[in-house]
Design a protein around this ligand. Structure first.
Ligand code: 5AD
Ligand code: SF4
Length: 473
């Protein structure tokens, strides 16, 4: 372990040196032109990727780049990609095609690609063949290397590919730039060992590994000192946190420790796999006042037969029993979910089981996906792939059920007083503020800028299904 640390420190020092070199080049450019070089990041996919982008933004800022939301004015363009579904990949290829012409006009811009898509051989082959104008390509295991990769590219003028097939040591001490200063994401673990048969994540994010609890606590204490009020603990499967540590710690124990940190007011986490959600965790959620009464609990399908083929390792009945147990301990909890429609072999009866679960649980939000075939996963070679028309038709029926459930839940909130953490001025109406309740509902209400970052009681007056309107108490 100690030896690893030394390597880790040396590597980080190398990055700092690269940051300093690039920064002085950028400062020189600014002195000569009166203009600061700018960076643009496109992030697709899950909160893991968003958090990686926050870390990458911090490095680029240290290198002297200024952030821009306008791609056409950027000198450094980075796409942090997702490969969970095919259409996300297609969009990246589309944008890269467009960037080709863009770079022909302005040869000085740099294009970099990273994220889950880059961990696939087929993608790398396609980039090498079709998108020769890309400057830097790296993967999910080595984002900390961005500065040295940029420097190598600047020095050689060659495209730099650096993709690791395996994860290295967990890198600590990463700064990140947050869009909302008082809300922060914290990785508690990386990777996934579940191998759900449709999912490519275990192949591109590697095996499950947890951060040391002391490192997590230290990071959150530092965040609290910076004024962070809400933390989102991130992991592909947080319920199995700590199992692989030398001194095993459960996720429930970790939550209890985080709950003690002064200054933190709200604790959220995702994602929970139903098969690993323990009674100990339910008790911790119930007991810890800062842990929000909100749970993202992906069901994926309501049919036990489909769940079996998905390798989810629970049945419809087990999932419903789990939900009942959670609701018994934490009666006002709101639950959200992920659902896949059109998994290979899904029959109308299977689909009806999914609708039944949706109706029974009553989700406050459901992320619904059309099954997307991912080469290399077991489901990709299963027989009876569902035709697009049937899948889309089921998808639409599913949405009707989901929306009816969401409406029912939102209706129960009208007339109640909710504590809202105010995030920003409403984008449509400057007199309104936007924030989230503890149970993650979006609320708009009239108020002034000075309330941003505060938790204020708001009486809910109108249900607009996907958001609520309220009045400050
Ligand atoms: N097709 C469709 N949806 C998928 N997901 C993961 N893999 C696939 C796939 N191949 C969904 C799951 C997961 C969410 C992050 O993405 O519902 O929970
Ligand atoms: Fe994919 Fe399943 Fe792991 Fe989630 S738990 S990342 S769906 S393999």
């Amino acid at each position: 372990m100690a030896e690893n640390r030394i390597i880790h420190d040396e590597e980080l020092r190398e990055q700092e040196e690269a940051i300093a070199k690039i920064r002085s080049m950028n400062d020189k450019y600014t002195a000569e032109t009166g203009r600061k070089r700018k960076y643009f990041i496109l992030t697709t996919g899950c909160q893991m990727n968003s958090h990686d982008s926050e870390k990458l933004s911090s490095m680029l800022t240290d290198m002297g780049y200024e952030h821009t939301d306008v791609e056409s004015e950027a000198d450094f363009i980075l796409y942090n990609t997702c490969c969970v579904r095919e259409n996300a990949e297609e969009k990246i290829y589309g944008r890269l095609g467009y960037l080709k012409y863009y770079k022909e006009k302005n040869r000085d811009i740099k294009i970099a690609l990273c994220g889950c898509m880059m961990q696939q051989e087929t993608v790398l082959d396609k980039i090498k063949k079709t998108f020769k104008n890309v400057d830097i390509v790296f993967g999910t295991f080595n984002i900390y290397k961005l500065p040295t990769l940029m420097l190598t590219n600047m020095e050689t003028g060659e495209t730099v590919f650096d993709i690791w097939q395996e994860h290295g040591e967990i890198m600590e001490d990463f700064r990140s730039i947050r869009k909302i200063p008082f809300k922060a994401s914290v990785n508690i673990m990386y990777g996934c060992n579940n191998f759900c048969s449709y999912c490519i994540v275990p192949y591109v994010r590697g095996r499950e590994r947890s951060r040391q609890p002391e490192d997590i606590i230290k990071e959150i204490k530092e965040l609290a000192a910076e004024g962070v009020k809400e933390v989102m603990l991130l992991g592909q499967n947080v319920n199995s946190y700590g199992k692989t540590l030398e001194k095993p710690v459960t996720f429930a124990e970790l939550l209890r420790q985080i709950n003690e940190i002064e200054g933190i007011e709200r604790i959220r986490f995702m994602t929970s796999h139903p098969k690993d959600l323990s009674d100990e965790l339910i008790a911790a959620m119930r007991d810890c006042d800062k842990v929000c009464n909100y749970l993202h609990l992906p069901v994926q399908s309501g049919s036990s037969a489909v769940l079996e083929r998905m390798n989810r390792r629970y049945t419809k009945e087990k999932y419903l029993d789990l939900v009942a147990k959670i609701k018994k301990e934490i009666p006002d909890i709101l639950i959200s979910t992920d659902i896949i429609v059109g998994f290979p072999g899904e029959t109308e009866e299977d689909f009806q089981e999914t609708l039944d679960v949706v109706d029974k649980v009553g989700y406050s939000t459901a992320f619904t996906f059309l099954y997307s075939k991912r080469t290399g996963t077991p489901a990709a070679v299963m027989e009876d792939q569902i035709d697009e028309k049937t899948a889309k038709e089921r998808f639409n029926r599913l949405l009707e059920h989901v929306n009816a459930g969401v409406e029912r839940i939102s209706e129960t909130m009208v007339g109640t007083v909710e504590n809202v953490l105010v995030e920003e001025i409403n984008r449509q109406d400057k007199n309104m503020l936007t924030g989230r309740t503890e149970r993650n509902s979006l609320v708009h209400f009239e108020g002034g800028e000075e309330l941003i970052g505060q938790v204020v009681p708001v009486k809910i007056t109108q249900n607009k299904i996907f958001y609520l309107i309220g009045e400050r108490m």
